[in-house]
Design a protein around this ligand. Structure first.
Ligand code: GLN
Length: 451
């Protein structure tokens, strides 16, 4: 813990942590030492972790990357962090992120962008987003693992950009209680770590039934770590032809092929599969996610908690608070969301997007019904880009980053991003494995073969 506290203090230029909690870390580590001395060590005893600032931590300011929660000190602990502390983990601090987890580069944070530790000839690269602080901190050895969340790719894309491992479990595997909501039907928490095995160990601690979240599944949590060394002999791995999108870099294409060869060599059978509705996933996601976000963000009214800008009456107070508290991307999402939910447009946009969501889910079900155990795709269409390079004039350019990840959230399935190689510039590239519902074990087994 002390070594991590020191490393964090030396790496402030990365802007990975928005809040360091060294006293807490050392006190928790001391308690862990005592447990270990008595032979009572738990699964994560003394393991120093960073926490994405979307998770409410009792008595420790939790901002969701937003000015509107800049002074929010939660009176309760999220289930995920509570589970981690109950297993003996140590908290190093809170990690930077895109505001309310909206973004793919960590540039929408009210606390400034995170710099990827993978610097390339002096240029500042993004770590990906929205869990950019989590990915950068893990890659830069500023924690052994980090919590993260994924609504449309925010665990897997930053993991791919930083050469780390990130898993978004099945919707319902991890409780959402105490995690600030972005789009409730898509949000899932998961770990970012340096190895597949670490991800398995950490996810097991984060997961489990929770009466406080009715969408959290009442299912036992398997021993994910045991699955890591299971191998892929006899597994059927699908390669979806629709993921060969226009403009995919030849390097990614090559890596994807390489991944199939690794799995084949380890005993898996590789089959081509079709997910015909893939091309509608991104536009449908950018209707469903903002719709839910606009509803979830209605609670930031300047009255109950967080920032308050006084006004001449209550409406004026709402307007001034929200105008001052939310950043540009969040405001854009609120406008899109309220538009697609409004009378007159609801059927044309929101209802149609929900129908597409059902079709996407069915695509996967049909592939899995044919005996396919998991699907291999690239994690991202490119390696990390420079800070300020993408999306400033055209948000769609940024949204296109999520092309390989959003389908997984739309279908509620588990997906893991595993580092698979470097591009010509020496930057990390990742592959994604998509699994059957509640079968994260196969992802750990196949992910280990690729890693
Ligand atoms: N980049 C996507 C978005 O901005 C996904 C974000 C996420 O998974 N939290 O909505």
């Amino acid at each position: 813990a002390q070594a991590h506290v020191d490393a964090i203090a030396k790496a402030r230029a990365l802007n990975a942590y928005v809040l360091e909690t060294p006293e807490k870390a050392l006190a928790m580590a001391k308690a862990s030492d005592e447990k270990l001395a008595k032979g009572e060590g738990r699964a994560l005893e003394g393991i120093p972790l960073g926490i994405k600032d979307l998770f409410c931590t009792e008595g420790v300011v939790s901002t969701a990357g937003s000015k509107i929660l800049g002074n929010f000190n939660p009176p309760y602990e999220s289930t995920v962090t509570r589970n981690l502390w109950n297993d003996g983990a140590v908290m190093l601090g809170k990690l930077n992120m895109d505001e309310f987890a909206m973004g793919s580069s960590n540039e929408t944070s009210a606390f400034g962008p995170v710099v990827s530790p993978w610097r390339n000839d002096g240029t500042h690269l993004v770590p990906g987003g929205s869990s950019g602080g989590s990915a950068a901190a893990v890659a830069a050895h500023l924690c052994l693992g980090a919590t993260a969340t994924d609504t449309g790719g925010s665990i897997r894309q930053p993991a791919a950009f930083t050469g780390t491992v990130g898993i978004k479990p099945t919707y319902g595997r991890v409780s959402r209680w105490g995690t600030v909501a972005f789009a409730s039907s898509l949000d899932q928490a998961g770990p970012i770590t340096r190895t597949v095995r670490d991800a398995a160990i950490m996810l097991r601690s984060m997961s489990g039934p929770d009466a406080k979240d009715t969408t959290c599944a009442d299912l036992p949590v398997p021993d994910f770590e045991a699955a890591v060394s299971r191998g892929v002999k006899g597994l059927k791995i699908g390669i979806p032809k629709e993921y060969r999108v226009d403009g995919m870099s030849p390097e990614i294409e090559k890596l994807w092929h390489q991944g199939t060869e690794w799995l084949r060599a380890a005993g898996a059978e590789i089959v081509e599969v079709s997910l015909p509705h893939t091309k509608y996933a991104l536009p449908a996601y950018y209707i469903v996610a903002p719709a839910e976000a606009s509803s979830n963000l209605a609670r930031y009214d300047g009255v109950r908690y967080g920032l308050r800008e006084n006004g001449k009456d209550i409406v004026d107070l709402y307007e001034k608070t929200r105008a001052a508290g939310f950043g540009r991307e969040v405001k854009r999402r609120i406008m899109i969301g309220t538009y697609v939910l409004s009378a007159g447009y609801y059927d044309a946009y929101y209802v149609r997007a929900q129908k597409i969501r059902t079709l996407i889910k069915r695509d996967f079900e049909e592939v899995y019904a044919k005996g396919v155990h998991a699907i291999l795709t690239p994690a991202t269409p490119s390696a990390a880009f420079g800070i300020g390079e993408k999306g400033s004039g055209d948000p769609v350019e940024m949204y296109l980053n999520d092309i390989f990840t959003v389908t997984v959230n739309m279908a509620g399935l588990p997906g893991i991003a595993v580092p698979a190689g470097l591009d010509q510039q020496g930057l990390p590239l990742g592959l994604q494995l998509i699994g059957r519902a509640f079968d994260e074990e196969t992802l750990f087994a196949a992910g280990q073969v690729i890693e």
